[in-house]
Design a protein around this ligand. Structure first.
Ligand SMILES: Nc1nc2c(ncn2[C@@H]2O[C@H](COP(=O)(O)OP(=O)(O)OP(=O)(O)O)[C@@H](O)[C@H]2O)c(=O)[nH]1
Ligand SMILES: [Mg+2]
Length: 454
């Protein structure tokens, strides 16, 4: 996530931390680099200026220079300013209904292809899973053929109720009709997936303003593509002026967005980011927490999100046992299989490592070591062809055993050898990780803490 920006910021912070005695010049040089990093990430120049001014004021104004931990204090100043520019506190989603007995309504608006329909389904799932609400989905994109079907399909796949919108009717009419349906279905939050346009145009704005009159929404969320950088900011300004946005969903954060949209949009529009879209799947939605994103950018890890995510899929007792084993280098092939399965549930190794302190940068190297999906299938087959005894102690795998395993798993002996080698490498790495204490080695005083949840 925001790899280049991350690298630049870390580079400049490292230089300051590496100094024995810090001078004003050190700090000024670092600030210059940070400024450049932000501009390169396509952050709005006004936002960059105010960011830099604040960092400068804090870093040179306080007794930072004289303190023994000046480097760390400087890091903290940059971190805090990142949190600020991202909006400070997280802003929760408002799904209170405006009239008793009626569901709350959330409008999803935005330009074409930004992820409105996908995010509608993601949000519905989130409301059901995290808030115990019964969501309903209302497609009102009657212009693009198959738009309604797209939402219906997503609804079917995830057992979410979707209103059968008639594409020959107007969006205004559909919203009226959905009122009756939502009551019958006891929907608590109705998510309205609106049509996109190529650019902010008058027809679209009038239509959305009409819809707002028919049913006052508790939220009007702009779905904006983070890859568009500052362009997303001007779109947000356009929508906000006309409709009054209550929040933003920034999508495609998993792509190679540079960070400009995320870092500029709140400061420029005043509208809070509420969610991040981090992938194409319906589960790939994250509640936005400014401090957590700032920590991720500065590679302090986002252990809180990781733990939260892990709690959904991981058995805590099992996790503790595994962690102990890792630290003692007693991690077995059997444990490895369990990890693979958990990682799959957690969204893959990349997404996990990205949240670990100090791992963002190391991740690039690790990525090559982490087996891709196809390899994982092979590995699973290999492990499943091993006996219990072999899984607990891979050291006994001699030539004939390896041959038998290759036969049993439909692979080659070379695949088995490769796996064993990989396993031993990751065993070593895990042990190193656990000894580091996951985060304690990073920045004392903040971030960090907590062990690996598995
Ligand atoms: N990688 C990634 N892809 C996403 C994300 N959100 C949406 N997409 C993809 O973006 C494409 C467009 O998504 P849609 O949900 O159809 O976008 P839309 O805004 O409804 O599009 P229109 O209705 O045509 O205006 C699809 O291929 C989605 O899978 C995300 O967070 N990450
Ligand atoms: Mg759509």
């Amino acid at each position: 996530m925001f790899d280049n920006l991350s690298e630049k910021l870390l580079g400049s912070l490292k230089k300051v931390r590496g100094q024995g005695k810090i001078t004003e010049k050190n700090i000024e040089d670092a600030i210059k680099e940070i400024r450049l990093g932000l501009l390169e990430a396509d952050v709005n120049f006004k936002v960059v200026k105010s960011f830099i001014d604040k960092v400068k004021e804090k870093a040179l104004g306080q007794d930072v220079l004289n303190s023994i931990s000046a480097g760390q204090q400087f890091t903290k100043i940059v971190h805090d300013e990142l949190v600020n520019v991202l909006g400070g506190e997280a802003t929760p989603l408002n799904f209170r209904n405006s009239k008793p007995g009626e569901p709350a309504v959330i409008f999803m608006v935005g330009l074409q292809g930004t992820g409105k329909t996908t995010s509608s389904a993601k949000l519905a799932l989130h409301l059901r899973q995290k808030h115990g609400k019964k969501p309903g989905l209302l497609p009102v994109d009657v212009y693009r053929p198959a738009a309604i079907e797209q939402l219906k399909t997503l609804g079917k796949q995830n057992e979410l109720p979707v209103f059968s919108s008639d594409p020959n009717k107007k969006p205004q009419q559909l919203l009226e009709e959905a009122k009756v349906w939502a009551k019958e279905e006891m929907i608590e939050v109705l998510i309205v997936d609106t049509a996109g346009r190529l650019q902010v145009d008058e027809n679209l704005m009038t239509e959305l303003a009409d819809l707002k009159q028919i049913w006052a929404p508790s939220e009007i969320l702009l779905v904006a593509d983070a890859m568009l950088g500052q362009q997303a900011v001007s779109v947000a300004e356009g929508f906000n002026e006309r409709l009054g946005l209550t929040g933003l969903i920034l999508t495609k954060i998993d792509g190679d967005a540079r960070g400009g949209a995320a870092l500029s949009i709140r400061e420029s529009t005043g509208v809070p980011i509420k969610f991040l879209g981090v992938g194409e799947k319906v589960g790939n939605l994250e509640v936005f927490h400014p401090d957590r994103l700032a920590s991720r950018i500065l590679d302090m890890g986002d252990v809180v999100s990781l733990v939260e995510k892990a709690q959904d899929v991981i058995d805590e007792k099992e996790a503790r046992t595994a962690a102990k084993k890792m630290a003692k280098n007693q991690f077995t092939v059997e444990d490895f299989l369990k990890q693979i399965q958990m990682m799959k549930k957690l969204g893959g190794i990349e997404s996990i490592l990205g949240m670990m302190p100090g791992m963002g940068q190391a991740m690039k190297k690790m990525k090559n070591m982490a087996p891709p999906e196809k390899e994982i299938k092979k590995i699973e087959a290999i492990i499943r062809s091993m006996t219990d005894k072999e899984r607990r102690n891979h050291k006994i795998l001699n030539g004939s055993r390896r041959k038998r395993i290759a036969m049993g798993s439909g692979t080659e002996v070379s695949d088995v050898n490769k796996f064993i080698k990989q396993f031993e490498e990751s065993q070593k790495m895990m042990s190193r990780f656990m000894k580091m204490g996951m985060g304690r080695g990073g920045f004392p005083g903040f971030g960090g803490g907590g062990g690996m949840p598995f």
